[in-house]
Design a protein around this ligand. Structure first.
Ligand SMILES: NC(=O)c1ccc[n+]([C@@H]2O[C@H](COP(=O)([O-])OP(=O)(O)OC[C@H]3O[C@@H](n4cnc5c(N)ncnc54)[C@H](OP(=O)(O)O)[C@@H]3O)[C@@H](O)[C@H]2O)c1
Length: 254
């Protein structure tokens, strides 16, 4: 029988209406956690909650805008109110923004991407850590990207800058709060089978052909492979792993 690593625990997942967050929320629930599934698209969150409940798990939805401190505070409070605790937070919400040479990169798009990918992770951690350190500790995983701390992607200025920043913000936060019992790491996926890995106008087949040539493993990740890494990083199995940026990229950075 499968060991359920999150039995009795509560996991908060931002970006749960998206590809990685959804796969992770399903995996946490399968392994025994009650899941607070947070995102903006309430219909997709409701569908996910229904699917989790349909297979005997516990979950509820929370509509959040991670660029707003009040909204993020409400999300953390909701986990505590609904389930009485918060053990794990997976901060997976993120946006890609535009692709254009830097001199032509739209300033409003820059502001939006930085607000979600960087300030959103800052605010999420700020409220999650405050709760966790006051309630016996917890574990946080921030989803960065191998495009950032590890690779550049021409034209994706705001995305690459924001993800590099998340990687370093994670290390700083980890050192600030490990003594409070809050263990924090980043997860940097390579390309995943998802709309975000498609270039403008590209089909899935075109993308797969591009990745076959570009990636040592010859294919993109499944959302489940990224969820598996997120679950390991937030489980007791990784209890000595602190302040790392865990790369899961099919060998791209090798
Ligand atoms: N897909 C890839 O190839 C890839 C590779 C490396 C890293 N990543 C990273 O992995 C994470 C998940 O990616 P994904 O492929 O699952 O993307 P996705 O399917 O586009 O999902 C993104 C999620 O972020 C949420 N979000 C965006 N802005 C938000 C805001 N202001 N407040 C709250 N939620 C917000 C979206 O909510 P709504 O949909 O409800 O608006 C959605 O749930 C991202 O951080 C991404 O940068 C992805």
């Amino acid at each position: 029988m499968m060991v359920r690593r999150f039995e009795g625990k509560v996991a908060l997942v931002t970006g749960a209406s998206g590809v990685v967050g959804r796969a992770s929320a399903l995996a946490y629930a399968r392994e025994g956690a009650a899941v607070l599934a947070a995102g903006r698209d309430e219909a997709r969150l409701a569908e996910l909650v229904k699917e989790i409940e349909g297979s005997g798990g516990r979950a509820s939805a929370y509509a959040v805008d991670i660029t707003s401190s009040a909204s993020v505070a409400g999300m953390v409070e909701a986990a505590a109110t609904r389930y009485g605790r918060l053990d794990v937070a997976l901060n997976a919400a993120g946006v890609f923004g535009a692709v254009a040479p830097l001199a032509d990169y739209d300033e409003d798009t820059w502001d939006d991407v930085i607000a979600v990918n960087l300030k959103g992770v800052f605010l999420s951690m700020k409220h999650e850590i405050a709760y966790m350190r006051a309630h016996g500790g917890g574990v946080i995983v921030n989803v960065a990207s191998n495009l950032g701390a590890h690779y550049r992607r021409p034209g994706a200025s705001a995305y690459v800058a924001s993800k590099a920043a998340v990687s370093h913000l994670t290390r700083t936060a980890a050192r600030d709060h490990i003594a409070d019992g809050v263990r924090i790491n980043a997860l940097s996926p390579g390309p995943i089978d998802s709309p975000m890995s498609l270039r403008p106008g590209e089909t899935r087949e075109d993308r797969d052909a591009r990745m076959k040539a570009a990636l040592p493993i010859g294919r993109v990740a499944t959302p489940e492979e990224i969820a598996a890494a997120a679950l390991w990083l937030s489980s007791e199995e990784s209890s000595f792993v602190v302040g790392t940026d865990h790369v899961v990229d099919g060998g791209a950075a090798a």
